[in-house]
Each structure stands twice: as structure tokens, then as C-alpha cells.
Design a protein around this ligand. Structure first.
Ligand code: ADE
Length: 340
């Protein structure tokens, strides 16, 4: 058919694509807690977490989060700030807010079923909706995140193009079993362990024999260009009083609702609004904190003083500090700056 591109699975010999993949996954796949017969709630929590952090971090944070909020009702009855606090350190707090709103909607309107219904909830995109259906509803679908996209683009030798996911889906979905959860986990696993972004381990790949991109894997799966990262200089001020530090709740969108040290104008050793004291002591607490689209060059000064806000014990803060602030406080404690 001239001008029409038809993507099909390569004419696979036996064993089938699915059998090869599952044969490998059942012996090489990791036993991760969110893979053990998860509920929709557990899939929502784990997949949102895994979109932001590594498996190693998610292993710790997932069980902690489930202890605090074991199901939709417990999450729905918590305040948005409590959910954000439980999410602290995982970054991108908008997700925690979405999660809180999502739980309330589920409590009000009942558990959705099917991808289209899940996608109407806050924070649920095509990947998460497909993951819920595959992992918790036992449906047939393909959950395509960046790693699965890369793996399958290589398998099918599909270069980045508009509607790439549509092409991948049309080639792969017909080959999936009705209950596609395990195959989806296996694809995620293959992308993480074998078909890595750089230096994929083709010799140990269960799909190497049928992979159309194996001779030039680097040609495929780069995805859209990343947005530029903006550098910002941030001047934090640790206001000390009797071994305690002053913190305030942040109101900017990036870290809204989390607590942090007051900030002064960048590059100035001055005092933030609403803080009295002095003299200001420059510290050796300096570090870079990376967000998805921003990079903070943080510098921290210390002042003995007073001000409006909440006073924490820096060794055991009783509020959820934002990532950079937590790091600054830990460095101040380690550097002996707290007790004067
Ligand atoms: N990354 C995204 N989803 C994942 C999953 N279910 N298991 C491991 N890593 C993941």
C-alpha cells in the first residue's frame, strides 16, 4: 500500500513474543511489593511514585505511604497538606495534591473502571490509566512510559515520530493476552534491566532474535527533547534561637505547602522579611538541588534572631520540609551551626 505505513510485529518464529518475554521475566524479574496482586489504589500510588523516583527509593516510600494511607478512604479523609507531607522528598508535589483529590473523587463517585474512566481523575494520564487496567483490573492494554517506549521502538525499529505510541500499540496490543498485567511488568523490567537507554545488553535480551532494531539500538527511543533546565540562586537564612530554627510554609507553586528556611534576596547577606537579628554569619553550607526543570544553587547563612513562623528542632523537624531545606538543615546540624 503506497504511502501508508503499516506496523506489524515482525513475523515471529516460535516461541511467541509473549512467551519469550514471560520466560525471561519469571526468572529474571524483581519481586517488587507493588507487583504482588495490587489493588487499583496500590497501582495508583506506586506508579505515581515510580514516575518520580527510582525503584530503590520507591521501595522505602511505598510501604511507608501505605502504612499512613492504606486505601482510598484513608487518603480521602486526610487533608491535602497531610498528603503532601507524606509525599515530601519525592518531588513534584502537584502529584500529591492530585492524589488527594483523586481519592476524594473515588470516595464520592465510586471506583472507576476502564482507562477512559480513570483518565477523568486528576493526575491520571494515559500511562497510569493503562497501568491500573493492566495491573489491577486484569485487562488487555499496553502501558507505555518512556522505558517501554524505548524498548518497543527498538524491537519494532520505529524512529521517534508523532503518533509513535499509536504505532507501537497497534503492533503490540493484538499479541497481548486478555490479562496483560504480567506482560506489562515484564516490558517495564526489560527496559530497566536489559534494554537500557545507553549500552543496552542485547546479548542477554530474550527478544534479541526477533528485535528489528538490535543492530543499531541507539537510533531508537530518544523521545522528545527535554525542556531546558533553569539555574536559580537561592539564599536561605537559618534563623537560630535556643537550638531551634525558624521555618515557614512555602507558597510558591514549585514547593507549595512544604516548609522551609526563610529566603533572602539572592547574593545578599541580608535578612528576610519578618526576621530580626544579627550579625549574619556566612556558612559553608552550599549545594545544588535539582528539580525536573530547575537547578537551585543554594547558599545558606545563619543569624541569631527572631521572627514569625514555626520553630523546629533541626534534629527532629515536626513539619514536612521541602527537599532543599531538609538538606540545608541536615548540613547545618552536621556542620555544628545549630548550637552557636
Ligand atoms: N517503573 C514504572 N512502573 C514500574 C513498575 N511497575 N515496576 C518497576 N518499575 C517501574
Amino acid at each position: 500500500m503506497r504511502g501508508t505505513k503499516v506496523h506489524r510485529m515482525p513475523a515471529f518464529s516460535e516461541p511467541s513474543f509473549v512467551d519469550r518475554l514471560l520466560g525471561w521475566y519469571r526468572q529474571a524479574g524483581r519481586d517488587l511489593p507493588w507487583r504482588r496482586s495490587p489493588t487499583p489504589y496500590q497501582v495508583v500510588v506506586s506508579e505515581l511514585m515510580l514516575q518520580q523516583t527510582t525503584v530503590a527509593t520507591a521501595l522505602v516510600r511505598y510501604s511507608r505511604f501505605l502504612q499512613a494511607f492504606p486505601d482510598f478512604p484513608s487518603l480521602a479523609s486526610a487533608t491535602e497538606d497531610e498528603v503532601v507531607a507524606a509525599w515530601a522528598g519525592l518531588g513534584y508535589y502537584q502529584r500529591a495534591r492530585h492524589l488527594s483529590r483523586l481519592a476524594r473523587q473515588v470516595e464520592k463517585a465510586g471506583l472507576p473502571k476502564g482507562e477512559a474512566a480513570w483518565r477523568r481523575l486528576p493526575g491520571v494520564g494515559p500511562y497510569t490509566a493503562a497501568a491500573i487496567v493492566a495491573f489491577a483490573e486484569g485487562g488487555r492494554t499496553l502501558a507505555i512510559d518512556v522505558n517501554v517506549r524505548r524498548t518497543l521502538s527498538r524491537l519494532l525499529a520505529l524512529k521517534d515520530a508523532p503518533r509513535l505510541d499509536v504505532a507501537i500499540r497497534s503492533a503490540i496490543e493484538p499479541a497481548l493476552p486478555a490479562d496483560s498485567g504480567e506482560v506489562n511488568q515484564a516490558l517495564i523490567e526489560l527496559g530497566a534491566l536489559v534494554c537500557r537507554p545507553t549500552r543496552p545488553s542485547c546479548p542477554s535480551c530474550p527478544l534479541a532474535e526477533i528485535c528489528l532494531g538490535r543492530h543499531q539500538p541507539e537510533l531508537y527511543g530518544h523521545g522528545p527533547k527535554k525542556a531546558a533546565v533553569r539555574d536559580e540562586r537561592i539564599q536561605l537564612v537559618a534563623v537560630r534561637r535556643r537550638g531551634r530554627l525558624l521555618v515557614r510554609q512555602r507558597t510558591t507553586r514549585l514547593l507549595e505547602g512544604l516548609w522551609g528556611l526563610p529566603a533572602a534576596a539572592a547574593g545578599e547577606l541580608g535578612l528576610p522579611d519578618g526576621v530580626q537579628g544579627g550579625p549574619v554569619l556566612d556558612t559553608s553550607v552550599q549545594f545544588t538541588h535539582r528539580f525536573t526543570h530547575r537547578r537551585w544553587q543554594v547558599r545558606c547563612t545563619v543569624v541569631d534572631g527572631d521572627g514569625e513562623g514555626h520553630w523546629i528542632d533541626p534534629r527532629a523537624p515536626d513539619v514536612a520540609l521541602a527537599g532543599p531545606d531538609r538538606r540545608a538543615v541536615e548540613m547545618l546540624v552536621a556542620g555544628g551551626y545549630i548550637d552557636g
